[in-house]
Design a protein around this ligand. Structure first.
Ligand SMILES: [Zn+2]
Length: 344
């Protein structure tokens, strides 16, 4: 069984998590992922929509199986520039917007400049606004205060900032001594790191994959059409994405969640059962759950007309799309089950 190299995990995770990659602005993270894949000696190509496809020959070439992690994250975009020089916002994906109040952010312009700022409520000052505590923190009541001497719309335009510019907020990446990965965007960068760890291990140990294998580092998952571009010849597809934690769900941060059903309906019965049995046989800490408000890349590939068996696994993530957290043990269990599925 593959061993979990904590030091390597920390190094790669730091690299991947601190590379801003909201959905629609993923070229930098995909280039970074490709550098890792190239260094392991695997063949890959960047697809037209910006995703990375890794192609590996299997011991048995009679079928092709696939796995994926999505590298796009939640984020924001400039909706408009206000008269006072603040920036109105629109969401990229579905962040829990009250958690954004007070976050430091960066604005990326289309001519390659970067500016810093803070996301704030439009009633930000307690000494001025009677509703500073109670005002809704929905996206229309949040704005960016730029760290620049700007007082008018014109001042901001002169910086080169325009509508449609990308706004990224600080992931606050941290691995605690107690083993928690505490950062935004564990959904789904934790899975991307898992797949890089897998490829490093198989490369260094010259291990064969069971079947022809496609590994996708997907973009646009957060807006629903991520894995629509997967190879039409795949017969199985196990996507890696976050497991849900909360309410009556069994999922937790130390275990790998195996999803039986989400908003898109049930996952493939046989493949899901096979993964549960693999988890059992390898003494992994796993849970089986339904995810109440959830869609995955399996749905995107199905809607694109690909004929395959689909399954979904991933580490349990607390406070998803907000201030997320998981534990190294959950990530390790995820690495081990995908290793058992693809390699041995
Ligand atoms: Zn996700």
């Amino acid at each position: 069984m593959i061993n979990f190299d904590l030091d390597y995990f920390k190094k790669v995770a730091q690299d991947i998590f601190t590379c801003d990659s909201p959905t629609g602005y993923t070229q930098n993270v995909i280039e970074l992922v490709k550098k890792y894949v190239d260094s392991f000696g695997y063949e890959s190509r960047i697809m037209n929509n910006g995703a990375l496809e890794v192609t590996i020959k299997g011991e048995d070439e009679t079928k092709t199986v696939a796995t994926s992690a999505h590298c796009d994250t939640l984020g924001l975009m400039v909706r408009s520039i206000k008269g006072d020089g603040h920036l109105a916002l629109t969401k990229l994906g579905g962040p829990i917007t009250p958690t954004l109040d007070g976050e430091y952010c960066k604005v990326y312009t289309r001519d390659g400049k970067t500016y810093t700022g803070t996301i704030l409520s439009t009633s930000a000052a307690t000494h001025v606004y009677p509703d500073a505590n109670t005002k809704s923190r929905d996206i229309d009541n949040l704005e960016v205060r730029l760290d620049e001497l700007v007082h008018t719309k014109d001042d901001v335009a002169k910086l080169g900032i325009q509508n449609g510019d990308i706004v990224c907020y600080d992931p606050k990446f941290e691995v605690t001594p107690s083993g928690f990965l505490k950062t935004r965007f564990i959904d789904d960068k934790a899975s991307a790191v898992v797949l890089l760890m897998l490829l490093k291990y198989t490369s260094e140990n010259k291990l064969k994959f069971k079947y022809n294998t496609k590994i996708y580092f997907v973009v646009y998952e957060e807006v629903g059409h991520g894995a629509s571009m997967v190879d039409k010849n795949i017969s199985e597809f196990v996507t890696l994405d976050m497991g849900c934690v909360g309410l009556d769900l069994a999922g937790n941060e130390e275990a790998v969640s195996i999803c039986a059903k989400d908003s898109g309906g049930p996952y493939d019965y046989e493949l899901t059962t096979r993964l549960i049995n693999m988890a059992k046989d390898n003494n992994l800490n796993y849970t089986v759950d339904i995810f109440p408000f959830y869609g995955s890349d399996i749905g995107a590939a199905s809607r694109a007309g690909v004929d395959f068996k689909g399954a979904l696994i991933g580490t349990g993530v607390s406070a998803s799309h907000g201030m997320e957290r998981t534990h190294i043990k959950g990530i390790e269990n995820t690495l081990k089950i995908i290793y058992a599925y693809l390699v041995k």
